[in-house]
Design a protein around this ligand. Structure first.
Ligand code: IMP
Length: 179
């Protein structure tokens, strides 16, 4: 058995992802040059691999916070009924906050998160997403830093799962997740 059993096609190799993450890190470092208070907010679970790599590509002082969300629906479709299952442990008031998301699909999760976090009065609130699937957009959200735009396919690996599987596959791969 291998971690990628059941996957169908390669979308981005680990090398392609690493190159793009380095570019995103450089862009974020440039845009925030001089800042000494960036809070990188990792949205669990899907962003844990991306966020770990992105943080190391950002050459600025920063702190990392974690927040876990769950969106109820089928295993592949967000219902928009988003719940925080693990909240931040420290306030973000007056801080420059960068939300790190694995994928923006319908946009429902991120728009919920943006609404919630704005009420906590950060100095600024930006979004960095690894993937964007515009074909399925239901809610518009501004993505300040984006890794890749993809077709309407179900993608796993590099932290993204299907039924909690595949998060440890180093590449981004497509699976048949029709349910
Ligand atoms: P949204 O609320 O529809 O934008 O969905 C966001 C969440 O759905 C992501 O953070 C993922 O956890 C999950 N998701 C959406 N599309 C995919 C995919 O292709 N692969 C893995 N997870 C996905």
């Amino acid at each position: 058995m291998s971690a990628r059993d059941g996957t169908e096609k390669m979308l981005f190799t680990a090398e392609q992802i690493a190159a793009r993450v380095r570019e995103l890190g450089a862009e974020i470092s440039r845009d925030h040059a001089g800042s000494d208070s960036l809070v990188v907010l990792c949205v669990l679970k899907g962003s844990f691999v991306f966020c770990a790599d992105l943080c190391r590509a950002i050459d600025l002082p920063l702190r990392v916070e974690f927040l876990a969300v769950q969106s109820y629906g089928s295993s592949t479709k967000s219902s928009g009924d988003v719940q925080i299952t693990q909240d931040l442990t420290r306030p973000i008031e007056g801080e420059h906050v960068l939300i790190v998301e694995d994928i923006v699909d319908t946009g429902l999760t991120l728009s919920f998160l943006l609404g919630l976090l704005k009420t906590r009065n950060p100095k600024s609130l930006e979004v960095c997403a690894l993937l964007h699937k515009p074909a399925r957009k239901k809610r518009h959200v501004d993505i300040d830093y984006l890794g890749f735009t993809i077709e309407d396919e179900f993608v796993v690996g590099y932290g993204l799962d299907h039924g909690q599987k595949y998060r440890n596959v180093p590449d981004l791969v497509v699976i048949d997740a029709s349910d």
